[in-house]
Unconditional design. Structure first.
Length: 256
């Protein structure tokens, strides 16, 4: 299915089993994920591995998938993975974005270890999905925005709208607006309060918010309900629930 025919597009979906003990070995394969997304009205998604970092396995699952959804692939960037540079080069035409998780890597995005991969994104024009959380010294939105500012041609989606708490979301939205960072977007995953999304919407506009669920940890229906509760116009809904992701990923639409 061509990417420009997507209706709802989930820009943050994991496939595989989680290693972090807190997640109790939770996992889902691609068929399970496809079933959940289809049941909630999504026709496409940006798929990435779990913290296991199984990029090759995730890509192989996408290649073998024969279901109704169209998927794009974002490898998990772990600088400790010595095979990663070769994997990125060998699969360059199949990669739509890069996924960075500073908290799991225990490295801020500004760390030298991440720089070759950020440069890879810049060289190839790849969007970057960056986990932002409450661990401000490592995963704070302010650190991510330093990199956003240094790479103005690279689109960055700040996951969890900059940190998954009302104050952090408000701070990220305000900083993006005040610093005119046109390549920065906020991903809606894990935000449960419609008013938090609405406040960022008022600052940045609907064209800067990107729907993400963080499935398979969360259910996309939960966060779809948050967007629906805002009473948005049809144009705003279309932008957040798929249009913005389509625009950001349009140059990398080698769907699987």
């Amino acid at each position: 299915m061509p990417i420009d025919t997507f209706d709802r597009f989930d820009a943050h979906v994991h496939v595989g089993r989680w290693q972090l003990p807190d997640f109790g070995g939770h996992g889902s394969d691609l068929d399970d994920v496809s079933g959940v997304l289809s049941a909630t009205g999504f026709t496409g998604a940006l798929v990435m591995p779990t913290d296991a970092g199984d990029n090759a396995g995730t890509l192989a699952a996408l290649d073998a998938y024969r279901g109704p959804l169209s998927f794009l692939f974002a490898p998990w960037i772990d600088p400790r993975d010595a095979s990663l540079p070769a994997f990125l080069d060998a699969n360059a035409g199949r990669i739509a974005a890069l996924k960075f998780h500073p908290s799991f890597c225990r490295l801020p995005l500004t760390a030298p270890e991440f720089r070759p991969f950020l440069q890879h994104a810049a060289d190839r024009g790849l969007p970057c999905v960056v986990h932002c959380g409450r661990w401000q010294e490592v995963a704070g939105w302010s650190i991510t925005l330093q990199v956003v500012e240094s790479l103005p041609r690279v689109p960055f989606i700040l996951s969890h709208m900059g940190g998954d708490s009302p104050g952090l979301v408000a701070g990220a939205a305000a900083a993006i607006h005040e610093r005119h960072l046109d390549n920065a977007y906020l991903g809606t995953e894990s935000i449960r309060e419609p008013w938090v999304v609405g406040r960022a919407l008022a600052v940045l506009g609907s064209e800067r918010l990107v729907f993400g669920s963080d499935h398979n940890l969360n259910h996309p229906g939960s966060f779809l309900a948050v967007i629906e509760a805002l009473g948005l116009s049809a144009a705003q809904r279309a932008a957040i629930l798929g249009g913005n992701a389509r625009r950001i990923l349009a140059l990398h639409a080698g769907s699987h």
